[in-house]
Design a binder for this molecule. Sequence first.
Ligand SMILES: [Zn+2]
Length: 236
Amino acid sequence: MSSRTISTADRPAVEELRAKVCALHAELLRWGLVTWTSGNVSGRVPGTDLLVIKPSGLSYEELTPESMVVTDLEGKLIEGDYAPSSDTGSHAYVYRHRPDVGGVVHTHSPYATAWAARGEAIPCAITAMGDEFGDDIPVGPFALIGGDDIGRGIVATLEGHRSPAVLMRSHGVFTIGKDPRAAVKAAVMCEDVARTVHFARQLGQVERLAQEHIDALYDRYQNVYGQRSAAVEGEI
Ligand SMILES: [Zn+2]
């Protein structure tokens, strides 16, 4: 454990985020995105250089707000009874290089990971994809865990891209969001469209939507529908 401690001023935000990040892990299970202990959610503690992430090796049923781990943005343990997820370095890399990102999710959700195994982007062929992703869901490079390679691949692939989701080649999905809940939503929607477009392709050729339609869908959903839904949706 680091000698650094969490300041009294940051304590309420840390505790609130522990509870939120813990609860969001249940969403990964509920939507069928994870198996055994795979998958993880993290969140940036607002206004600090700290993040909260799932502990390594605990089953989803064992997770509690207290078992969540706090690290700095280098992935170094600051507070927690367990080691942080082995994916912490990749999450931390994203937070260091994307100040706009407040939440990161990683899963091996089966349909999206099948596209990742083929190294194939999911074409933006349905309106729900235009709304949510504004483009194809891109493929990032193959990278082994350990070091900065996965984080670098996520950041490089999503740089200047509308999609909040990337399929890391032969591995799985990483999503980003303004907060952990937005990143979880992107992970749920990514699996949903991966499945639908997969089914469509079993039936025949799949056509990408016209760019002008993708642009119109994305603009409407992000700027009109998005604000209304944010106001009425409950907070997790
Ligand atoms: Zn993984």
